[in-house]
Design a protein around this ligand. Structure first.
Ligand code: PEP
Ligand code: MG
Length: 322
């Protein structure tokens, strides 16, 4: 096992017919950075910034955040770092925020919704990210987007931050890319429109499964409904990939399903060639892709196109598996 993985280390991840798939890292804690540096990932597809807002009893300052973003960006000098702006709320609680008790926290005040209200907190983070962008390649990503208005508001606040930095004579990457997470059904349905507004999509399957199936991801009673193999979820993934590819913007997956071995041919088949995951999973994913052909991807998409439920999806995946 270990040996077959080791032989691929340092090489690009490619199928048998030389289609390249970019495997990049998810990071949720700065203490994981060493592990990431030692891994095979050259870039970060999802840097969850929530930990910066959970570990202490006050809000982090702009300089404190800048140092963290600078550190990770400098460390990943061969690639880029996708920094997701604060995604507090739902299952990610923080004592620093005054989130009212809600009946449905997953449908509540969270992610970009909170940032667009707490504009000063949002600006502090955006300024820190912009300032860090002179130390390497950074991409900015907004979470929990459900409407075009949110995208435009977030981008307009980002512009305000850039102008303020210009006036202060502080430098940043003027061409910094801005993307969104696709993790609500509204964003799936609107993907063709949203694709014209941003530089990239990253699919948050953890939340997208929950919202597509209307099943709380932490409720065990109904956990059977929470499945990346549900055809409703897979159809949503296909819609997103097609919208991104039509507009020629980058599309990746950064939820857990990115590393699902059974689904790798499907991801390639619908046109997703970038997967972000916990780095411990990269060797097996890389090896599996190295055994595949892109034709297999096309076949699996065809085989699943009429699948009606999870059982039929799994049957289709097994039939077309290696
Ligand atoms: C997701 O929802 O799939 C995701 C990557 O974000 P998080 O798990 O942090 O909500
Ligand atoms: Mg999410």
């Amino acid at each position: 096992e270990e040996e077959k993985y080791a032989s691929l280390r340092g090489k690009a991840c490619k199928t048998q017919d030389h289609i390249e798939v970019e495997l990049i890292a998810n990071i949720s804690q700065i203490k994981d950075l060493d592990f990431i540096i030692k891994s095979d990932a050259r870039s970060v597809g999802l840097f969850r910034t929530e930990f910066i807002f959970m570990d202490q009893d006050r809000l982090p300052t702009e300089d404190e955040q800048y140092e963290i973003y600078k550190k990770i960006t400098t460390a990943m000098s061969q690639g880029y770092v996708t920094i997701r702006t604060l995604d507090i709320g739902g299952d990610k609680e923080s004592p620093l925020f005054d989130i009212p008790k809600e009946d449905n926290p997953f449908l509540g005040y969270r992610g970009i919704r909170l940032c667009l209200e707490e504009v000063e907190i949002f600006k502090t983070q955006l300024r820190a990210i912009l300032r860090a962008s002179v130390h390497g390649k950074i991409k900015i990503m907004f979470p929990m987007i459900a409407s075009l208005t949110e995208i435009r508001q977030a981008k307009s606040i980002l512009e305000t931050c850039k102008q303020a930095l210009d006036l202060e004579g502080k430098t940043y990457d003027k061409a910094i890319e801005v993307g969104i997470m696709i993790e609500t059904p509204a964003a799936v349905v609107m993907a063709d429109v949203f694709a014209k507004e941003v530089d990239f999509f990253s699919i948050g399957t953890n939340d997208l499964i929950q919202y597509t199936m209307a099943v709380d991801r932490s409720n065990l009673k109904i956990s059977a409904l929470y499945s990346q193999y549900d055809p409703a979820v897979l159809r949503n993934m296909k819609i997103i990939a097609e919208a991104a590819n039509k507009e020629n913007i980058s599309v990746s997956i950064c939820g857990e399903a990115a590393a699902d071995i059974k689904l790798l041919p499907y991801w390639l088949g619908i046109g997703i060639h970038k997967l972000s995951m916990s780095v411990a999973l990269i060797p097996e994913v890389k090896w599996t892709i190295s055994q595949m052909t892109s034709t297999q991807g096309i076949e699996v998409v065809e085989a699943l196109s009429k699948a009606g439920d999870v059982r039929e999806v799994l049957k289709g995946l097994d039939l077309t598996a290696l």
